[in-house]
Design a protein around this ligand. Structure first.
Ligand SMILES: Nc1ncnc2c1ncn2[C@@H]1O[C@H](COP(=O)(O)OP(=O)(O)OP(=O)(O)O)[C@@H](O)[C@H]1O
Ligand SMILES: [Mg+2]
Length: 600
């Protein structure tokens, strides 16, 4: 059984009270004993003196008679002895002995003539220590004497003996001792009650403190203000308030850091699951939920082995040595997903703080996406190689084209008066050679190996330059340019020449879509400091819904003079910059091309 502070307090106070009461009772009883003995002794002395006086009178009344004989025969003296014993509460006998110690007159008749016994003296009891005196009194059946010797003519002649019984003394003492003990017995439960009440009173602030600490544990940080308890608790109360404020600030900071961290981890392409030492899920990101093929929101705090089927490769890997120091690293595992499997590269990182295990992090890399990236890389490498090859071939085509052009002009000059049919054929050959030339040029542009020269580019500035260039050309055609450029636009990392080419192609398309003139609006906006957005909107002919998909395809054109290369080049350039391009259009109302580029 454990005692609380309240019980301990009460026991201590009660013990103290007991000690005080016991000591004072002992002192009191000791005093009482002394007083009772003193009183008895005083009374006995008084009686002895009366007897002494009576003996004196006897001797004077009978001069000439042997004094001892006179005493033995004196009836008054005998009466005095007997009445003294009869009236005294303590005396049990009285006798007068002769010089030899034999009893002359004795209230106990049978003892007369017999030699007197010599019990202890009553006044000697007063000289004893408390305990010995007390035990002498409580030894049953003891008798102590008060004696008064008498001289006659300077010689010891007789002795008066008065016997005081301890049994009688005790009877008197017991009444007083009984009262003292009763008081002591009453004092103890009273002391207990008082101590409990006192403890209750002193513990109240402590209990209030406990309550405040409980609130603090529950996350209620406005603690300490309600703590009463006087000056002693004032300092404690303000310390508690400070502690609450500090904990609140810490909690806020931790939560915001945690939220930031969770946000960052959530953005990762790799799946991450944090487990505690019991392999319970603490945190996971979206990629992890996608990897294991089930939502994990509901299972935070549940052991991983209960969330996934027993035969899931991740469970088997954890069972192997998940939390150990030699945790598995870069294992290729096939996770079941919608009836098929998907390969992941899985590593488990054990987390430790000094030598203490804190848990583990499971990292899952989607091998399929790595393969896609790898194939993309090899694809663009192939494309670059193909580009170099085709530009060589195109060169070989361009040179003969040039030669054909020159020779066609020469032929025209040499034929002095060609017939109308010949003239027409020459024109057709000429325009087809031109067309071929344009196609080859466009093809060259599209296939040019794109090695980006990235610089920090101010997109607003680049668009302003382009506008200045184009405006002059468009003035005659009734086309106006309206610029709505966001001055807070962050810069982008881009190849300036390529980016200019992409926007130029889109602007040219916008102008060409408005044969009757109109306004081209160039608008820049930034999206959350991460993305720069450029809209090029015209009021032209628009694009039919079914054709929207085709506009970025190479060689798709609806224009008689078009090559269908402009937008596909723009698309490729934007893609090379990790951006995106979209088209939104309505027939007869206009088209908006939207480009999004990552801000630097
Ligand atoms: N702003 C626009 N408004 C209407 N249609 C458009 C617009 N931009 C593009 N298109 C359509 O998309 C097609 C493809 O455009 P793209 O720029 O690739 O080729 P093009 O302009 O026809 O030829 P070029 O190679 O000379 O640019 C256009 O022929 C046109 O039909
Ligand atoms: Mg075009």
């Amino acid at each position: 059984m454990r005692f609380g502070i309240r019980s301990k307090d009460a026991v201590a106070v009660t013990l103290l009270t007991f000690l005080v009461v016991a000591t004072t009772t002992m002192v009191h009883i000791s005093q009482l004993t002394r007083v009772v003995i003193q009183e008895a002794s005083g009374q006995a002395q008084l009686v002895a003196k009366q007897i002494y006086a009576q003996i004196g009178q006897v001797l004077t009344r009978a001069p000439g008679r042997p004094p001892l004989e006179a005493l033995r025969r004196d009836r008054e003296l005998r009466n005095l002895l007997e009445s003294s014993v009869g009236y005294s509460p303590h005396l049990v006998y009285a006798f007068v002995s002769d010089g030899g110690g034999a009893a002359l007159l004795d209230t106990r008749r049978d003892r007369e003539g017999a030699p007197a016994l010599e019990p202890g003296r009553l006044d000697e009891l007063l000289g004893l220590g408390t305990i010995r005196r007390f035990s002498a009194l409580y030894r049953s059946g003891e008798t102590y004497e008060t004696v008064l010797p008498m001289n006659l003519n300077g010689q010891p002649f007789a002795t008066i003996h008065l016997g005081v019984s301890t049994t009688l003394l005790r009877k008197e003492l017991n009444a007083s001792v009984g009262r003292s003990l009763t008081l002591a017995v009453i004092a103890l439960p009273l002391a207990w009650l008082a101590a409990m009440a006192l403890a209750q009173l002193t513990l109240r602030p402590l209990r209030a403190l406990g309550g405040e600490l409980d609130r603090l544990r529950r996350g209620e940080f406005d603690v300490g203000a309600s703590l009463g308890g006087g000056n002693e608790f004032q300092e404690l109360s303000s310390q508690l308030q400070r502690l609450g404020q500090e904990m609140q600030a810490d909690r806020t900071a931790t939560l915001s850091e945690k939220a930031q961290l969770e946000h960052i981890v959530d953005q990762l392409e790799d799946g991450v699951i944090f487990l505690n030492t019991d392999q319970r899920i603490l945190f996971f990101n979206r990629a992890a939920a996608a990897a294991v093929g089930r939502p994990l929101e509901q299972v935070v705090g549940t052991p991983l082995a209960e969330v996934l089927p027993q035969d899931h490769p991740l469970c088997e890997l954890m069972a192997e040595n998940g939390m150990g120091t030699a945790a598995p690293h870069n294992r290729t595992l096939a996770f079941p997903q919608d009836g098929t499997t998907r390969e992941f590269l899985v590593s488990i990182v054990a987390m430790r703080d000094k030598s203490r295990a804190m848990g583990a992090a499971i990292l899952m890399k989607d091998l399929d996406s790595i393969k896609t990236v790898q194939s993309l890389v090899s694809y663009s490498a192939k494309l670059a190689a193909l580009g170099r090859l085709t530009s060589g071939v195109a060169h070989e085509v361009k040179n003969p084209l040039n030669a054909m052009m020159i020779h066609l002009e020469l032929l025209k000059e040499r034929l002095e008066a060609p017939s109308a049919e010949v003239q027409q054929s020459l024109e057709v050959i000429g325009s087809e050679i031109h067309r071929l030339d344009r196609v080859v040029q466009g093809f060259l542009r599209f296939m040019r190996p794109q090695e980006l020269v990235l610089k920090t580019i101010d997109v607003n500035g680049l668009l302003r330059n382009l506008t200045a260039l184009i405006e002059a050309e468009w003035q005659g055609e009734g086309i106006r340019i309206a610029c709505e450029l966001d001055p807070t636009l962050p810069p982008v990392g881009a190849d300036e020449e390529l980016l200019r080419q992409a926007f130029l192609n889109m602007l040219q398309n916008a102008g060409q879509a408005m044969p009757k003139g109109g306004t081209v609006t160039i608008r820049t906006t930034c999206h959350g400091r991460d993305v720069v957005r450029v809209d090029i909107a015209d009021e032209g002919v628009g694009i039919a819904r079914d054709d929207l998909e085709r506009v970025f395809k190479l060689y798709y054109t609806t224009k008689p003079e078009g090559t269908g290369i402009g937008l596909s080049v723009a698309y490729r350039i934007v893609q090379l910059h990790d951006g995106a391009i979209e088209v939104d259009s309505e027939l007869g109302r206009g088209t908006t091309m939207t480009v999004r580029l990552p801000a630097r």
